[in-house]
Write a protein that binds this ligand. Structure first.
Ligand code: SAM
Length: 219
């Protein structure tokens, strides 16, 4: 199952965000964390950008903004709506994180709310490091334990019937394991709790709640 098949309604949400510039709270937090690097001439890559609405947070700094996502319709919608905001449409490309290469290298890399939807994280984090020049922020669901699962709907991730081998990964990864993996590729990795997001935490497996963590990684 592909991400857009699992979450067919998500397209309208992300198109709205590209049209109207909805300022997600965690993007505000990341904007503040990245202030020392955000200046004209720097390049920024958003991996798993959906329609690339994070552009609204970063365009005022004069950065060369790039985005990649595996769903082509999100990329097409981002190109359409964000070119009206001054973005170069060819800076958005449909590709998987696993296809990132030399041409995708940027000073600053962000990867938000995507690692939790992958079957694994080692290769994905390696790819992020390969394309990072100076600093990367990786935001994903974490806990003190790893929970691997696949779900076939997004309406209620707690219902056992929604689990399927063909479903989309919806994983919580152990925070320390992610940090250790990142430290194979970055000189320092700081665990920063997402303290800005105030919507209800994603509920996975009955009454357990998990947090979003932003890993701040320096080359
Ligand atoms: C929950 S959305 C997050 C979107 C955005 N980064 C945010 O935080 O608001 C996950 C995004 O990751 C994309 N995605 C999933 N698997 C991917 C892969 N292997 N490579 C690139 N993007 C992927 C999906 O298409 C989707 O747009």
């Amino acid at each position: 199952m592909k991400f857009d098949e699992w979450h067919p309604d998500y397209e309208s949400t992300v198109v709205e965000r590209a049209k109207n510039g909805q300022d997600l709270s965690f993007l505000k937090q990341e904007e503040e964390m990245l202030k020392p690097w955000l200046e004209t001439g720097k390049s920024l890559l958003d991996v798993g950008c959906a329609t690339a609405y994070s552009y609204y947070n970063f365009k005022k700094y004069g950065v060369d903004f790039r985005g990649v996502d595996i769903v082509n319709s999100y990329i097409e919608a981002g190109r359409k709506h964000l070119s009206e905001q001054g973005m170069e449409p060819s800076n958005l490309n449909c590709k998987s994180i696993y296809e990132l290469g030399k041409d995708d290298c940027c000073d600053i890399v962000i990867c938000n709310t995507m690692i939790q939807h992958l079957d694994e994280y080692s290769e994905a984090l390696k790819k992020i490091a390969e394309v990072t020049g100076e600093v990367a922020l990786v935001r994903t669901l974490t806990s003190d334990k790893t929970i691997i699962r696949k779900t076939i709907t997004h309406t209620d991730t707690t219902i056992a019937d929604n689990l399927s081998n063909d479903g989309i990964p919806f994983n919580v990864y152990n925070e320390q394991d992610l940090k250790e993996e990142l430290l194979k590729h970055f000189s320092t990795v700081e665990i920063v709790p997402d303290s800005y997001t105030n919507e209800q935490q994603v509920q996975i497996f009955e009454k357990d709640y998990y947090s979003y963590t932003i890993f701040k990684c320096l080359k």
